[in-house]
Design a binder for this molecule. Structure first.
Ligand code: SF4
Ligand code: SF4
Length: 263
């Protein structure tokens, strides 16, 4: 079992490893360091907001790495929201982080829009969802109203060609979308670290659909505290089943290696 001194030394080492965020290439040391950082937050039982805080740490790491790996020539810009009509996959900690950012009348207004959208898209798969043409309830004046806390899935959708996006997301055409690979690469690495940390903390690592998930969280009093206590507050919601065996194996390997070295 590592001593307190060992743990402090490991924290400093994790800082060093992650000073530019996780790299795009597979890097076990970086994945372990990011997992440990998330796990420190998730294991802090004195912090009732630790799930949302872990999501904030996840996003900060993602953005740090993105700054060092940002491609040139992207068409993505404020007010471009043709992609904001697809199935958005989001983890529970990310839902709690978004919910925390919504207060007062704005929270009520967004909850109303979530409920209306949920009636139309609940349970639809990705293809049916796109065909339904329902835009994300978080859009306001054509821009994302939760931009600073938007899910990792949204952060990772980056395109070199807006016309390809319109063709794919609005018109439902098959074919290339000219997406930048950096988005999925970062998303995969950071999601693997989050899932490994959640597994080690004994918390569910499932991903949900944004509209129904956020609606449930906003309608459930003390949702984050109850989820942390093991209550099935997100039970029955549509889940993202897209994680493949390779991803699952990577998560299990990272979790195992962190547990062996760190306890
Ligand atoms: S992914 Fe496509 S639709 Fe979405 S912001 Fe970027 S260019 Fe616009
Ligand atoms: S959360 Fe924001 S970025 Fe994501 S789909 Fe909704 S409006 Fe678009």
């Amino acid at each position: 079992m590592p001593t307190r001194t060992d743990r402090r030394a490991m924290e400093r080492e994790d800082e060093r490893i992650l000073r530019r965020g996780m790299p795009l290439r597979e890097d076990l040391a970086a994945a372990q360091a990011q997992t440990r950082r998330l796990l420190r937050i998730l294991r802090d039982a004195a912090n009732p907001r630790r799930a949302g805080d872990a999501a904030a740490e996840l996003h900060a790491g993602y953005e740090l790495s993105y700054r060092h790996n940002r491609p040139t020539g992207l068409d993505c810009r404020r007010g471009c929201a043709h992609c904001c009509r697809i199935f958005v996959s989001v983890t529970a900690p990310e839902l709690f982080l978004i919910a925390r950012s919504l207060t007062g009348a704005r929270r009520e207004a967004i909850l109303g829009r979530l409920a209306a959208a949920d009636e139309r898209v609940h349970g639809l798969d990705a293809a049916a969802r796109r065909s339904a043409g329902v835009t994300c309830p978080m859009l306001e004046d054509g821009a994302c109203s939760i931009y600073t806390v938007r899910p990792t899935a949204c952060r990772s959708l980056l395109s070199f060609d807006v016309n390809a996006c319109i063709s794919a997301f609005v018109e439902g055409q098959e074919g290339g979308r000219a997406m930048a690979p950096v988005g999925p690469m970062l998303r995969s690495g950071y999601m693997a670290a989050l899932c490994a940390a959640l597994d080690l903390a004994g918390l569910p690592d499932a991903s949900y659909e944004l509209v129904s998930g956020l609606r449930r969280v906003l309608e459930t009093p003390d949702a984050e505290a109850r989820w942390l206590a093991g209550e099935p507050v997100l039970e029955g919601l549509p889940q993202d089943r897209g994680r493949n065996e390779q991803f699952r194996a990577a998560v299990a390997y990272i979790a195992r290696s962190v547990a062996q070295a760190w306890g």
